[in-house]
Design a protein around this ligand. Sequence first.
Ligand code: F6P
Length: 532
Amino acid sequence: MGLAKINPTHTKAWQKLQAHFNTIKNTHMSDLFAQDKSRANTFSIQWEDFYLDFSKNRITSETFKLLLDLAKEVKLKEAIECYFRGNKINETESKAVLHTALRTTKNKEIVVDGKDIVPEINQTKQRIETLTNAVINGQKTGYTGKPFTTIVNIGIGGSDLGPAMVVDALDFYANHLNIYFVNNIDSDHLSKIINDIDPETTLFVIVSKTFTTQETLCNANTLKKWFLKSAPQTAIQDHFVAVSANIKQAKLFGINDSKIFPIWDWVGGRFSLWSAAGLTISLAIGYDNFNKLLLGANCMDTHFKTQSFDKNIPVVLAIISIWYNNFFNTESEAVIPYTQSLKQFIPFLQQVSMESNGKCVDRNQNSVQYQTGNIIWGGVGTNSQHAFFQLIYQGTKLIPADFIAFSQSLDGNREHQKKLISNFIAQTEALLYGKTQNTNFPFKVFEGNKPTNSILIKQLNPESLGKLIAMYEHKVFVQGVIWNIFSFDQYGVELGKKLANNVLNTINNSTPEAIHNDATTNILQQFLMDFN
Ligand code: F6P
């Protein structure tokens, strides 16, 4: 059984939302607060160490009820069950979507294609733990007997963004290992890393589900060649491990079976940090912390699976997002974490959300006649206040924003923390009320009425980060269900990959005329002139 295939715009709730939108579209949120003293309590959720305030949105109780009705009408409850049960909801690729199984704490069987996947997950976790411990305590050494000091993760997209974001975010929990991420095919970036590292003490982790990704293979081969300039061929086994679903290609690269960690068909690249693709996370912060990250995500999974929709954080965030995207016709959503630690959260979230929901064909194979995936962008606070906030305040576009903050700093500096959180709080209030004093100087008028969600979390730690990531994963899932699209394939990016290879062939053969578009031929000729 797959997901229902219901055009959301044909539901009763959608029709009612449309009519309702026309009546409230010009309402100012300040009036909603003035009219309803319990608004802040009605539209907030306290869950474990998370507090979500969604009262600063252009919604009334009626809006919220209709959005919840929409979720029911498109059979969201059933969709969630299919998702966790392992039904092949990635229908276009005939795959289950089970990154949630990677963080389950129960040993209850989860069957995919007639096979219980839990034993293999546990076995792989065990291998991650063993390698992590051996590297951290220096038991596993490089080919000259020196302990490893450096890890280089080679991967791109989901094989890079998640691990890189988590390693950066949880830097406070890091051990002595130096961690590098090689992702881009840009050799200038790679050269800088090569200058920093020592072949005798570096462990390379090649992460590629397909083991065919051009950037990753090119970088891995360059690093292997560089490594072999000083090390013997046999040292490859000590210094290179692979994480892949393509065991054959990983072996062809020169890595033995025992150094290959599996990922499976049912783990999408952008959801793979919970698998062995997160090996570098485990190495950076220790296996116990890696496991805590998984436990945090599992906690959010349980909340998402069991909580009624009106108190369900991912569901609430998703339906509010739909409200703006499909009724106010907003095009983007900003995400503003008030911590430098989450500076890599935006690119990570961009892949999770935009690679999933950037789709224009619905589950009935029809072109969608409504908006789907939003543009996700943002940056850390307070820095963003001094950069792009002007546009959110006084620009012509309506940009709903998620504000994320952690109550406690990690270093215990209370003075900085009070200032940081004051900004986090003040911004959403200023965006709500604006400033409309009578003035002959219109440039100073802020209309306010700018929607925000505030997500306040007690402290940034592996568990809370796991919860936060899983929260957004599930939000994206809910949006895809409502939009009646398939969120778990990414055929769009495949075309670009194929064309890049065609162009590379023409560069290698110096035959720009083989390209059939004049503008492209001109660019290529210009490049060949400069390059050669
Ligand atoms: O560019 C698309 C993509 O397939 C992503 O979905 C994926 O995370 C990334 O490439 C890397 O793929 P792989 O892990 O197979 O190298």
